[in-house]
Design a protein around this ligand. Structure first.
Ligand SMILES: NC(=O)c1ccc[n+]([C@@H]2O[C@H](COP(=O)([O-])OP(=O)(O)OC[C@H]3O[C@@H](n4cnc5c(N)ncnc54)[C@H](OP(=O)(O)O)[C@@H]3O)[C@@H](O)[C@H]2O)c1
Length: 212
């Protein structure tokens, strides 16, 4: 498949790119400035476009099967940037005729009970609230879209370095935790699930998650 990927220089995006390349897909890494990609992403094509330049973004994603994004705001960026990027990505996808859009979301928008999102629970850590609420605003952007095949793919509550061990579960809508109440996934296993979703769509126009 031809995958256009925003955020390939980030923690999660790098792993998505690496695994997509390893599976034989063509990856176009969309970056904001000309940069050297890490050696593990040899084989990816670099394309420079500003995310808020719809014409430029549409031009570089045209002809791809999917627009994927592991975008995340860098320190100092306004939380509102997350929803703005959702609008920019989907505008560009429409303009380019790319119907499938798969994005890294936030665990805070997953439900712990029908209609109750994790971010609204009393024990949700204050430190993560701004980014979780920013992702919820982005999720609302996607929820309003019915002319693109989007998936808002949220990691488990905790995501970090670790082996690709498999044995993860995925599901739509509801927050996933193990029997001890921990919700965790490695970058590698999250990327595995993310690339699976690109190859074989399972959660069209839904929020979904992956955890052990
Ligand atoms: N449990 C959870 O819900 C959870 C946990 C962790 C992460 N996340 C979410 O997952 C996503 C990825 O996380 P991460 O840790 O991989 O993030 P990261 O390492 O900070 O990477 C962010 C990526 O976004 C790119 N980016 C940022 N601003 C950009 C802009 N204006 N134009 C173009 N590219 C831009 C960065 O490119 P540059 O190299 O050019 O800056 C980088 O590739 C984030 O949205 C984060 O909130 C969710």
């Amino acid at each position: 498949m031809k995958i256009a990927l925003v955020g390939a220089t980030g923690n999660i995006g790098r792993e998505i790119a690496r695994q997509a390349l390893a599976r034989g897909h063509q990856v176009t890494a969309i970056v904001r400035r000309d940069t050297a990609l890490p050696a593990e992403l040899d084989g990816a094509t670099l394309a420079v476009a500003a995310l808020d330049d719809t014409d430029a973004l549409a031009a570089v994603i045209a002809g791809h099967d999917v627009l994927a994004s592991a975008y995340g705001p860098r320190p100092g960026d306004a939380p509102a940037a997350v929803a703005a990027v959702a609008t920019h990505l989907t505008d560009a996808a429409r303009q380019a005729g790319v119907r499938r859009v798969v994005v890294v979301g936030g665990a805070g928008s997953l439900e712990v009970a029908p209609g109750v999102q994790l971010v609204d629970t009393p024990t949700f850590p204050d430190a993560y609230k701004p980014i979780a609420l920013a992702h919820r605003e982005a999720f609302k952007v996607y929820q309003g879209i019915d002319d693109l095949d989007w998936t808002f793919y949220s990691p488990a509550a905790e995501i970090g370095p670790g082996p690709q061990q498999g044995g993860f579960r995925t599901q739509a809508t509801a927050f996933l935790a193990n029997a001890d109440g921990h919700s965790r996934i490695s970058y590698a296993d999250y990327a595995d699930a993310f690339v699976n979703e690109i190859e074989t769509p399972q959660y069209l126009r839904q929020i979904a998650t992956v955890a052990y």
